[in-house]
Design a protein around this ligand. Structure first.
Ligand SMILES: [Zn+2]
Length: 147
């Protein structure tokens, strides 16, 4: 699986574990349901969509789970399906948990602006929207034509 996990230090692993434990204290009301899933799956929620949430485990695994029991429901954790989902988790996650920003890849010198981003990064963020191509990284590798 190509979009499986990220590598990080034991410091970050501990930080992820701490945030998973803190999640229900941090959001006792507004994210009660998510906090339950975070605990159940030992996964720190990073990006929330209509019916799914993508999160990170303390071993660096990026996984998702269903959050709407009436629509597109499934049990347990799934791999993410695309690099858009994978990078969106890192980029959006770092907004809420700045210690994760070290996981966002640096833009290579030969990278080009993402052709799928229909707005500037600032506008996407302001509107709470995420580009499906690379999340809101906003760039793609110059020679990369893979889907
Ligand atoms: Zn894009």
């Amino acid at each position: 699986m190509k979009y499986d996990k990220v590598e990080f230090s034991s410091d970050i692993a501990q930080e992820v574990e701490r945030e998973i434990i803190n999640y229900s204290k941090k959001y006792p009301d507004t994210r009660k349901q998510l906090a339950g899933y975070a605990k159940k799956f030992s996964l720190l929620p990073l990006v929330n969509h209509w019916t799914e949430t993508i999160g990170i485990a303390s071993d660096g695994s990026i996984r998702k789970f269903a959050t709407d029991e009436t629509w597109e429901w499934y049990e347990g954790l799934r791999f993410v399906d695309s690099r858009g989902e994978f990078y969106s988790a890192l980029v959006e996650g770092a907004r809420e948990f700045p210690f994760l920003s070290v996981l966002i890849p640096d833009r290579p010198g030969n990278a080009i602006d993402c052709p799928s981003c229909w707005e500037t990064k600032e506008v996407l963020v302001k509107r709470g929207m995420i580009c499906g191509e690379r999340g809101n990284l906003h760039w793609v590798e110059a020679a990369d034509n893979s889907p």
